[in-house]
Design a binder for this molecule. Sequence first.
Ligand code: ADP
Length: 489
Amino acid sequence: MRVLYVSTEVYPALKTGGLADVNAALPPAMIGLGADVRLLLPAFPALCDAAVRRERIVALGPAFGPGEVWVSRASLFGVPAYLIEAPQFYARAGTPYGDADGRDWPDNHLRFALLGWVAARFADGSVDDWRPDIVHGHDWHAGLAPAYLAARGGDRPASVFTLHNLAFQGHFPPSVFDSLGLPEGFFAMQGVEFHGSVNFMKAGLQFADRITTVSPTYAKEIQTPEFGFGMDGLLRSRTGALSGILNGVDRGIWGPAQDAHLAATYDAEDLSGKAKCKAALRAELGLNPNSTGPLLGAVSRLTEQKGLDMLLQALPKLVSGGAQLALLGTGEAAIAEAFAAAAARHPRQLAVRLGYDEGLAHRIIAGADVIAVPSRFEPCGLTQMYGLAYGTLPLVRRVGGLADTVRDADAEALAAGTATGFVFEEASADALGGALERIFTIWKSASGWAQLRSTAMRQDFGWTPAARRYLALYRELRSPAGRRTNPAV
Ligand code: ADP
């Protein structure tokens, strides 16, 4: 099975969120099961630095403007990769998507059209004498790959499109359509057009043979107006082609038994290292070392999605209940400033670090007792799964992948010994506060807490089951009968 895996970021070279963790773990897991998976990525500077044995193999000529486009072959963390060498688009400081101040690059439509277009160029084997059976694109950046493949028609590779977050869609004004080189008929409701604009995510959802997302519950939610970001109608119409495959945890990177970022390692049999991690974290952040309440952690983008404004409103309850909080995040200034101001008022109970810090993220997830992920919506969520692996009980809202991975400590689950965390329903500070109160109650029982922690640490969200499911889906698509007929013609 030959798979071209099309995306933008890979941990540890380049990461803006969970997508980078997925891209680092899923391809090797599929390779481990015998598939020939190769990455296709823009040659961003950080990826070029990480690539080894990088050699240019084919010139594709100028595309989407002046300047040559080459494809290089390389190895990226042991995985075969193709890099699109187009310095006019990709050799820039900042993130893959915008400048250092977070402003989107004005030519993003061309930068990511090129990604999809090059993916489709692999269809006839002319890039490296290697023709994929499957072109698998991730998120809106790769959304045009299925559209360019559909435009080619004929005996093309099958296309799979995975959406990791429907909130980010790649909207552009209608005037950009002519620069994309797609057939005229594709600017239509059955194509890439969305309320008069060009929408890359919609292109992926419309043209891919199969659509996946990163948890079964999110796959259902996005077919409703509440979570569909305007795509719910389209997703309902494609319900037979849509499925949810839960992400996994790479225990080599996120496992307390060998995590090099920690003051001490530990496992479910011996948690003494976890106590050392907690003490070290408190010392690092200036938190009171003698506080007897639970230490909550949060490692997150500070956005409306992640619901940290609700945590902010619940801070008085957290402080009066004798708990502590260690928060690491980047994002919206208003949320960041409010957390920083609260920490300034209670420096021994609340510690806030604004910025991106991989090591501190690990130390918080290991050292805390509870990891807070109170998202309004959550396609899968990785931090709660990391929390489970580290015996750090998740405090989550019952949405998306959070609902699929955390079993609430209600009476029934406590009695059955299956509880792994604290789940609340409504997106409100009151509901979150109610969960906090339940945390305080169970915290008072050392044996009760230990039972939850031990169940949490036994959960196994590995990548192999996910990789198996993707390979099964690819196999279904091998026969042309599994393919979508072009909806735009
Ligand atoms: P999303 O991709 O929506 O941001 P996920 O839970 O899927 O959320 O993945 C988030 C990833 O980013 C996790 O690996 C988490 O540890 C990491 N992360 C988030 N914020 C920070 C930060 N400020 N510093 C370091 N790592 C972070």
